[in-house]
Ligand binder design. Structure first.
Ligand code: IMP
Ligand code: MG
Length: 186
């Protein structure tokens, strides 16, 4: 652990995923996606803000022609539990009709955000739609959702770092750790 970073004090001592573990998994995911989409021209969509760090790492491991777009969704507010309400805060710049779309997300929890997005983008006429997420918390799923690529399955604990936040903080940590409950219970 990098003792110099003050924000690490709010994490449980043992990191959940180190930057090295994340980097090697992201490489594997990029290789798999490159293989699976041979001959395609992708539209890769980053779900802001949580997926942004994963996105910039993953797209550089995908050796295919692609365009990028960004969408911001809110389902959480600043709490650690999903509100169930999904709202588009920033929509795509370009239409996706006829495009092969790959959504890049940080984590699937209840599954509500992504099942909303999936339906939304398919209704706009995407030719195909796939999902890549770094983390998956299967125990918390409330709606069925098919995820095509995921990095790591994690237990039902609130994690931060590598793009993931609590109340907009900790996104800049290079590793992923479990937030000490004292931090959000106070
Ligand atoms: P879902 O709609 O419940 O699947 O929520 C997914 C969204 O909740 C993610 O994009 C994250 O922003 C947020 N989220 C879920 N679990 C965590 C966590 O452990 N840490 C940080 N954000 C989380
Ligand atoms: Mg998010």
């Amino acid at each position: 652990m990098d003792e110099k970073r003050v924000t690490y004090a709010d994490l449980k001592d043992e990191l959940l995923l180190t930057r090295e573990q994340i980097a090697s998994r992201v490489k594997e995911m990029g290789r798999q996606i490159t293989k699976d989409f041979q001959g395609k021209d992708l539209t890769v969509i980053c779900i802001l803000k949580g997926a942004v760090v994963f996105f910039v790492d993953l797209v550089r491991e995908i050796d295919l022609p692609m365009t990028m777009d960004f969408m911001a969704i809110s389902s959480y507010g600043s709490a650690t539990k999903s509100s169930g309400v999904v709202r588009i805060l920033k929509d795509l710049d370009k239409p996706v009709n006829g495009r092969d779309v790959l959504i890049i997300e940080d984590i699937v929890d209840s599954g509500m955000t992504l099942s909303f997005l999936k339906e939304n983008l398919l209704s706009r006429g995407a030719a195909s739609l796939h999902i890549a997420t770094l983390l998956d918390k299967p125990e918390r799923r409330r709606v069925p959702l098919q995820v095509d690529y995921f990095g790591f399955t994690i237990p039902d604990e609130f994690v931060v770092g590598y793009g993931l936040d609590y109340d907009e903080r900790y996104r800049n940590l290079p590793d992923i750790g479990v937030l000490r409950p004292e931090v959000y219970e106070k």
